[in-house]
Design a protein around this ligand. Structure first.
Ligand code: GAR
Length: 197
Protein backbone atom coordinates (compact mmCIF):
# COMPACT_ATOMS: atom_id res chain seq x y z
CA UNK A 1 0.00 0.00 0.00
CA UNK A 2 1.41 3.42 -0.97
CA UNK A 3 1.86 5.79 1.95
CA UNK A 4 0.76 9.43 1.94
CA UNK A 5 2.09 12.22 4.15
CA UNK A 6 -0.41 15.08 4.33
CA UNK A 7 0.65 18.59 5.34
CA UNK A 8 -2.00 20.96 6.67
CA UNK A 9 -2.33 24.34 8.36
CA UNK A 10 -6.07 24.71 8.98
CA UNK A 11 -9.55 23.34 8.34
CA UNK A 12 -8.44 20.12 6.67
CA UNK A 13 -11.42 19.45 4.42
CA UNK A 14 -9.15 18.25 1.60
CA UNK A 15 -7.38 15.87 3.99
CA UNK A 16 -10.78 14.55 5.18
CA UNK A 17 -11.95 14.09 1.56
CA UNK A 18 -8.80 12.06 0.80
CA UNK A 19 -9.34 9.95 3.94
CA UNK A 20 -13.01 9.39 3.00
CA UNK A 21 -12.10 8.43 -0.58
CA UNK A 22 -9.60 5.88 0.74
CA UNK A 23 -12.24 4.42 3.09
CA UNK A 24 -14.72 4.29 0.18
CA UNK A 25 -12.22 2.35 -1.92
CA UNK A 26 -11.89 5.17 -4.48
CA UNK A 27 -8.18 5.70 -3.81
CA UNK A 28 -5.69 2.88 -3.25
CA UNK A 29 -3.37 4.36 -0.61
CA UNK A 30 -3.05 4.88 3.12
CA UNK A 31 -2.44 8.04 5.10
CA UNK A 32 0.78 7.38 7.04
CA UNK A 33 0.92 10.76 8.78
CA UNK A 34 -0.76 14.16 8.95
CA UNK A 35 1.57 17.03 9.88
CA UNK A 36 0.40 20.51 10.84
CA UNK A 37 2.52 23.59 11.40
CA UNK A 38 -0.22 24.91 13.70
CA UNK A 39 -1.42 23.24 16.90
CA UNK A 40 -4.91 24.73 16.52
CA UNK A 41 -5.53 23.27 13.04
CA UNK A 42 -8.96 21.61 12.86
CA UNK A 43 -7.31 19.00 10.65
CA UNK A 44 -5.42 17.66 13.68
CA UNK A 45 -8.59 16.97 15.68
CA UNK A 46 -10.12 15.37 12.56
CA UNK A 47 -7.07 13.10 12.22
CA UNK A 48 -7.24 12.12 15.90
CA UNK A 49 -10.95 11.31 15.59
CA UNK A 50 -10.18 9.00 12.68
CA UNK A 51 -7.22 7.36 14.41
CA UNK A 52 -4.82 8.66 11.75
CA UNK A 53 -1.29 9.37 13.08
CA UNK A 54 -0.68 13.11 13.34
CA UNK A 55 2.06 15.41 14.42
CA UNK A 56 2.27 19.14 15.15
CA UNK A 57 5.55 20.80 14.16
CA UNK A 58 5.15 24.49 14.99
CA UNK A 59 6.67 26.84 12.43
CA UNK A 60 6.33 30.01 14.48
CA UNK A 61 9.67 31.56 15.39
CA UNK A 62 11.70 29.09 13.31
CA UNK A 63 13.50 29.82 10.07
CA UNK A 64 12.21 27.94 7.04
CA UNK A 65 15.18 25.60 6.67
CA UNK A 66 15.09 24.49 10.35
CA UNK A 67 11.33 23.90 10.28
CA UNK A 68 11.44 22.09 6.94
CA UNK A 69 14.26 19.81 8.20
CA UNK A 70 12.02 18.72 11.10
CA UNK A 71 9.11 18.05 8.75
CA UNK A 72 11.33 16.10 6.32
CA UNK A 73 12.60 13.92 9.20
CA UNK A 74 9.06 13.03 10.32
CA UNK A 75 7.96 12.28 6.74
CA UNK A 76 11.00 10.03 6.18
CA UNK A 77 10.43 8.27 9.47
CA UNK A 78 6.83 7.60 8.37
CA UNK A 79 8.22 6.18 5.09
CA UNK A 80 5.89 8.21 2.89
CA UNK A 81 5.79 7.66 -0.88
CA UNK A 82 4.00 10.93 -1.65
CA UNK A 83 3.69 14.26 0.17
CA UNK A 84 0.35 16.07 -0.28
CA UNK A 85 0.02 19.72 0.68
CA UNK A 86 -3.61 20.25 1.68
CA UNK A 87 -4.09 23.86 2.75
CA UNK A 88 -0.46 23.98 3.94
CA UNK A 89 0.11 27.71 3.92
CA UNK A 90 3.89 27.71 3.73
CA UNK A 91 6.36 27.97 0.91
CA UNK A 92 8.68 24.94 0.84
CA UNK A 93 12.46 25.42 0.91
CA UNK A 94 14.54 24.14 -2.03
CA UNK A 95 15.90 21.47 0.39
CA UNK A 96 12.39 20.19 1.01
CA UNK A 97 11.57 20.00 -2.71
CA UNK A 98 14.87 18.16 -3.35
CA UNK A 99 14.15 15.68 -0.54
CA UNK A 100 11.08 14.31 -2.38
CA UNK A 101 11.72 14.90 -6.10
CA UNK A 102 8.55 14.58 -8.16
CA UNK A 103 6.71 13.36 -5.08
CA UNK A 104 5.12 16.51 -3.64
CA UNK A 105 1.64 17.64 -4.73
CA UNK A 106 -0.39 20.74 -3.91
CA UNK A 107 -3.98 21.79 -4.49
CA UNK A 108 -4.88 25.40 -5.18
CA UNK A 109 -8.35 26.96 -5.60
CA UNK A 110 -7.84 28.59 -9.01
CA UNK A 111 -6.94 27.65 -12.56
CA UNK A 112 -3.18 28.17 -12.24
CA UNK A 113 -1.15 29.99 -13.42
CA UNK A 114 -3.95 32.50 -12.74
CA UNK A 115 -4.33 33.75 -9.18
CA UNK A 116 -1.58 32.09 -7.12
CA UNK A 117 -1.18 33.05 -3.45
CA UNK A 118 -3.70 33.93 -0.78
CA UNK A 119 -7.46 34.38 -1.34
CA UNK A 120 -7.38 32.91 -4.84
CA UNK A 121 -11.17 32.73 -5.03
CA UNK A 122 -11.49 36.44 -4.15
CA UNK A 123 -8.77 37.30 -6.68
CA UNK A 124 -10.77 35.47 -9.39
CA UNK A 125 -14.07 37.03 -8.28
CA UNK A 126 -12.60 40.56 -8.24
CA UNK A 127 -11.06 40.01 -11.68
CA UNK A 128 -14.55 39.29 -13.05
CA UNK A 129 -13.61 35.98 -14.68
CA UNK A 130 -16.48 33.81 -15.90
CA UNK A 131 -14.68 30.55 -15.16
CA UNK A 132 -12.44 29.48 -12.31
CA UNK A 133 -11.71 26.13 -10.66
CA UNK A 134 -8.95 24.25 -8.94
CA UNK A 135 -5.55 22.86 -9.84
CA UNK A 136 -3.49 19.93 -8.52
CA UNK A 137 0.18 20.30 -9.43
CA UNK A 138 3.65 19.02 -8.63
CA UNK A 139 5.40 21.38 -6.22
CA UNK A 140 8.58 23.30 -6.87
CA UNK A 141 10.13 26.00 -4.70
CA UNK A 142 7.90 28.79 -6.06
CA UNK A 143 4.49 29.59 -4.62
CA UNK A 144 1.60 27.59 -6.18
CA UNK A 145 3.87 26.68 -9.08
CA UNK A 146 5.00 23.49 -10.82
CA UNK A 147 3.80 21.09 -13.50
CA UNK A 148 0.02 20.84 -13.60
CA UNK A 149 -1.47 17.36 -13.06
CA UNK A 150 -5.21 18.01 -13.18
CA UNK A 151 -7.66 20.91 -13.25
CA UNK A 152 -11.42 21.12 -12.72
CA UNK A 153 -13.30 24.14 -14.03
CA UNK A 154 -16.06 25.87 -12.08
CA UNK A 155 -18.30 28.55 -13.63
CA UNK A 156 -19.18 31.79 -11.87
CA UNK A 157 -22.96 32.19 -11.62
CA UNK A 158 -25.06 35.36 -11.58
CA UNK A 159 -25.56 36.45 -7.97
CA UNK A 160 -22.44 34.66 -6.77
CA UNK A 161 -20.38 36.06 -3.96
CA UNK A 162 -16.90 34.90 -2.95
CA UNK A 163 -18.30 32.41 -0.40
CA UNK A 164 -20.61 30.76 -2.95
CA UNK A 165 -17.79 30.52 -5.48
CA UNK A 166 -15.38 29.13 -2.85
CA UNK A 167 -17.88 26.44 -1.82
CA UNK A 168 -18.44 25.40 -5.46
CA UNK A 169 -14.68 25.20 -6.05
CA UNK A 170 -14.12 23.26 -2.80
CA UNK A 171 -16.57 20.55 -3.93
CA UNK A 172 -14.38 20.03 -7.01
CA UNK A 173 -11.16 20.13 -4.94
CA UNK A 174 -12.45 17.20 -2.90
CA UNK A 175 -12.83 15.14 -6.09
CA UNK A 176 -9.74 16.42 -7.93
CA UNK A 177 -7.14 15.77 -5.25
CA UNK A 178 -7.83 12.05 -4.88
CA UNK A 179 -7.99 11.65 -8.67
CA UNK A 180 -4.60 13.34 -9.08
CA UNK A 181 -3.02 11.29 -6.26
CA UNK A 182 -4.25 8.12 -7.97
CA UNK A 183 -2.76 9.25 -11.30
CA UNK A 184 0.65 9.90 -9.72
CA UNK A 185 0.67 6.67 -7.68
CA UNK A 186 -0.18 4.63 -10.78
CA UNK A 187 2.60 6.37 -12.72
CA UNK A 188 0.12 7.82 -15.24
CA UNK A 189 1.84 11.19 -14.86
CA UNK A 190 5.38 12.20 -13.85
CA UNK A 191 7.04 15.54 -13.22
CA UNK A 192 8.86 16.24 -16.50
CA UNK A 193 10.41 19.45 -15.18
CA UNK A 194 12.86 17.25 -13.22
CA UNK A 195 14.46 16.08 -16.50
CA UNK A 196 15.40 19.66 -17.34
CA UNK A 197 17.24 20.25 -14.04
C1 GAR B 1 -8.19 24.88 -0.05
O1 GAR B 1 -9.13 25.66 -0.74
C2 GAR B 1 -6.89 24.80 -0.81
O2 GAR B 1 -7.07 24.73 -2.20
C3 GAR B 1 -6.23 26.10 -0.41
O3 GAR B 1 -6.49 26.20 0.96
C4 GAR B 1 -7.74 25.59 1.24
C5 GAR B 1 -7.55 24.62 2.38
O4 GAR B 1 -8.78 24.09 2.79
N1 GAR B 1 -4.83 26.10 -0.70
C6 GAR B 1 -4.17 27.16 -1.14
O5 GAR B 1 -4.67 28.25 -1.29
C7 GAR B 1 -2.69 26.91 -1.48
N2 GAR B 1 -2.11 28.08 -2.02
P1 GAR B 1 -8.83 22.77 3.66
O6 GAR B 1 -7.89 23.01 4.87
O7 GAR B 1 -10.26 22.67 4.08
O8 GAR B 1 -8.38 21.63 2.82
Amino acid sequence: MRRLGILVSGRGSNFIAIADNITAGKLDAEIAIVISNRADALAISAAKQRGIPCHVIPSKGKDRVTHDAEVIAVLRNAKVDLVCLAGYMRLLSADFVRAFPGRILNIHPSLLPAFPGLDAQKQAFDAGVKMSGCTVHFVDDQLDHGQIILQKTVPLMPGDDVDALSARILEQEHIAYSEAIGMVLRGDVVDHTLEKK
